[in-house]
Design a protein around this ligand. Structure first.
Ligand code: GDP
Length: 444
């Protein structure tokens, strides 16, 4: 699902990794590539334009976070913009104050309405509701029968016109269905309606008549995610002809390019509420814009890492450290603080494992010994404040004292102090090159 889009976006964003600073040209180039990726995924042009504008403005704007490097910031911005166009918050069903809650399904033939009726009914039963299905698709031969089969599998009753009653009047059936639901005290009714292969007036009128007869609490527009640009036109036709309060995307298990999913909310103003991803009744779930965005970006773990970094990060501490780095004044005390900040994000092994490409480092990761970090922390804690802030004074006798105090050997201390001086020198050089570590230019 959305594989091509996902691959494209991931590679665009991966190209940014390792850049210490993003120039306007970098951002423009990235925006251009994202634009192409979205257009290829068949996302509607106005939606693409709005998306790119949002990403560019935010990436160029003052939104610099000290906790993240530039590439991470762009990933975060793209992710948040994706969540926004997918609808932001998860939208739940509106329940009627006086049951039954009436849910009407509308959409083209083959969109997956009948299948959805069963899925929704089963899901609602699982939530403790007592749904009933009403078969108002009297157009398609066998539709009533199909709904009865689906209802049986879902374990919910189906109200249908008596066989042999001719074609019947779907509006009357819908009315009778609601009456029956009230009588039998079902708290929810799902009304399946007829679809056509294409939008036509007669079909819209019938759907509108059923709508007026049953005054639904929710009208769900069922949309096959596999159709590309056409989805937008169909959605607009249903919005204008019948109106709807939410969208259900079906066939997300297919080779969908993503265009329908990413466009429908912006174009119609109505949120995607459920997603259907297979022919089985269980292949169904509430639609969560944030989770979908994560899946499209294919960077779920990366985003978790970004969140954790932001949470564990103490802006003030880091600013102080960054300043000291540039002037070569970093002390072991700062080093200890930074190390503690990183470790607050969880075991280092997990952190490293979340980085893209970590798969290849599995063996090294498995051998990584968290105790090494404990040892370094113990050594620094065994030093006096004067020693921590000016490690140069740590002479041979001090080394012996610290080693005894922290339960390590003198050569461990030599190692640590040596590596600290090395690191400080290197950071000073880097700071000189990049003009300081502030402004989120911390590199990756
Ligand atoms: P309706 O005409 O809108 O009622 O559509 P149906 O419910 O009859 O579905 C049309 C076809 O799509 C059927 O063969 C379903 O099995 C299939 N279908 C429905 N939902 C999904 C889905 O989420 N994934 C897949 N792969 N097939 C689906």
């Amino acid at each position: 699902m959305f594989d091509t889009l996902s691959d494209r976006l991931t590679s665009v964003l991966t190209n940014l990794r390792g850049k210490g600073r993003l120039s306007e040209a970098d951002i423009d180039a990235t925006a251009r590539e994202i634009r192409i990726a979205l257009l290829e995924a068949d996302v509607a042009l106005p939606v693409v334009r709005g998306f790119i504008k949002g990403v560019k403005e935010r990436a160029k704007g003052s939104e610099v976070s000290q906790a993240l490097n530039p590439a991470q910031q762009v990933v975060k911005i793209v992710n948040e913009e994706l969540v926004t166009i997918l609808g932001g918050e998860t939208r739940r069903l509106e329940l009627a104050k006086n049951p039954p809650t009436v849910i009407m399904l509308a959409g083209l033939q083959g969109a997956g309405k009948t299948t959805l009726a069963g899925k929704l009914a089963k899901w609602l039963s699982g939530q403790g509701h007592t749904p009933m299905l009403v078969a108002c698709d009297l157009q398609r031969p066998n539709a009533v029968n199909q709904l009865q089969v689906v209802g049986e599998r879902a374990g919910v009753p189906v109200f249908a016109p008596e066989p042999g009653n001719g074609v019947g009047d779907p509006v009357q059936v819908s009315r009778d269905g609601i009456e029956e639901a009230k009588r039998a005290q079902h708290d929810m009714v799902i009304v399946d309606t007829a679809g056509r292969l294409g939008v036509d007036e007669e079909m819209m009128k019938q759907a509108a008549d059923i709508r007026d007869a049953v005054t639904p609490d929710e009208i769900l527009f069922v949309l096959d995610a596999m159709v590309g640009q056409d989805a937008v036109a169909t959605a607009e036709a249903f919005r204008d002809g019948v109106g709807f309060s939410g969208v259900v995307l079906t066939k997300l298990d297919g080779d969908a390019r993503g265009g329908a999913a990413l466009s429908v909310r912006e174009v119609t103003g109505q949120p995607i509420m459920f997603a259907s991803s297979g022919e089985k009744l269980e292949d169904f779930d509430v639609f969560h814009p944030d989770r979908m965005a994560n899946r499209i970006l294919g960077m779920g773990d990366m985003l978790t890492l970004i969140e954790q970094a932001e949470q564990a990060f103490d802006q003030e501490e880091a600013e102080k450290a960054a300043e000291k780095l540039g002037t070569g004044q970093l002390t072991l005390e700062d080093f200890l603080e930074q190390m503690q900040a990183v470790r607050r994000m969880g075991p280092l092994q997990n952190l490293l494992g979340m980085l893209p490409g970590a798969g290849q480092m599995k063996d090294q990761l498995a051998n990584f010994d968290e105790k090494q970090l404990d040892r370094i922390q113990a050594i620094i804690r065994g030093m006096t404040p004067a020693e921590r802030s000016d490690p140069k004074i740590i002479n041979a006798s001090r080394r012996q004292r610290i080693a005894r105090g922290s339960g390590v050997t003198v050569s461990d201390i030599n190692d640590l102090v040596g590596r600290f001086f090395e690191a400080r020198k290197m950071m000073q050089r880097m700071a000189g090159q990049f003009g300081g570590f502030g402004g989120g230019g911390g590199g990756s």
